[in-house]
Design a protein around this ligand. Structure first.
Ligand SMILES: [Zn+2]
Length: 247
């Protein structure tokens, strides 16, 4: 959505067997509704929920308009417009027969930020909103470096390495431009090459990749610590965010 300005992603996830479907962060209904309507009207999907990653308008700001067209319960952070259910940290729910979803509270960018781990058989994906981006992370609008360190390096880092990452924005190019000034490793060079030749990077990288090419997930790395002049992980996180904000 808003290609060229926000470069936001809304995601439609469908359980193939039951056709039950959820729409994640449909913030710009004028772009999202025509796509949904076509698939709902043809019977290809049955919408069951709106899911929000956090309350910001470019994620949850489409809820009221969406409800005019589809009366759906909204699962999201406590501050999201029209939210009907805020899952607890670690709480699970299902979509159709085969998709299991687990809510992971990751407060910092906003206090109500939630990442959602989706599992279908051996396939795993995590929808990270503005907490984790490919090669970067969200600004600390409502939280601290300590909270982002916990969100990225404890909560999300604990997910299986082969979990694919689906963030709320396409910010990879800018992130890698910053990251490569901090560390010049093979993984970040590979990410740079990918970002330079692909407009979209969502779902192309995993938690395992992020641990290698995302400086915000490498706060223990001596090369990163040296570049920011700090050694305590939380201090490294704070310094990286300040440097990125100023870059
Ligand atoms: Zn946001």
């Amino acid at each position: 959505m808003w290609e060229g300005s926000g470069n936001n992603y809304a995601y439609l996830v469908v359980d193939e067997k039951s056709k039950d479907a959820v729409i994640i962060d449909p913030a710009n209904p004028s772009e999202v509704l025509p796509v949904l309507k076509k698939q709902v009207d043809s019977g290809d999907i049955k919408l069951t929920n709106i899911i929000n990653t956090h309350h910001h308008h470019d994620h949850a700001g489409g809820n009221s308009e969406m409800l005019k067209h589809y009366k759906l319960p909204i699962i999201g952070g406590r501050d999201c417009s029209k939210v009907t259910k805020t899952p607890k940290h670690g709480e699970t729910f299902t979509i159709g027969d085969s998709i299991k979803v687990k809510a992971l509270h990751t407060p910092c960018h906003t206090q109500d930020s939630i990442c959602y781990l989706f599992e279908d058989g051996n396939d795993k994906a995590v929808f990270t909103g503005d907490t984790l981006f490919i090669g970067g992370c969200g600004r600390f609008f409502e939280g601290t470096a300590e909270e982002m360190h916990k969100a990225l390096n404890e909560t999300l880092a604990a997910l299986p390495d082969d979990t694919k990452v689906y963030p709320g924005h396409e910010y990879t190019k800018g992130n890698v431009k910053f990251g490569i000034k901090i560390m010049q490793t093979e993984p970040i060079k590979k990410l740079e090459a990918f970002a330079n030749s692909n407009k979209e990077t969502q779902g192309k990288f995993t938690i395992g990749d992020e641990k290698l090419h995302n400086v915000f997930m490498r706060v223990d790395d001596p090369e990163v610590q040296k570049a920011v002049g700090k050694s305590k992980p939380v201090d490294v996180m704070a310094a990286l965010r300040e440097m990125k904000n100023a870059s």
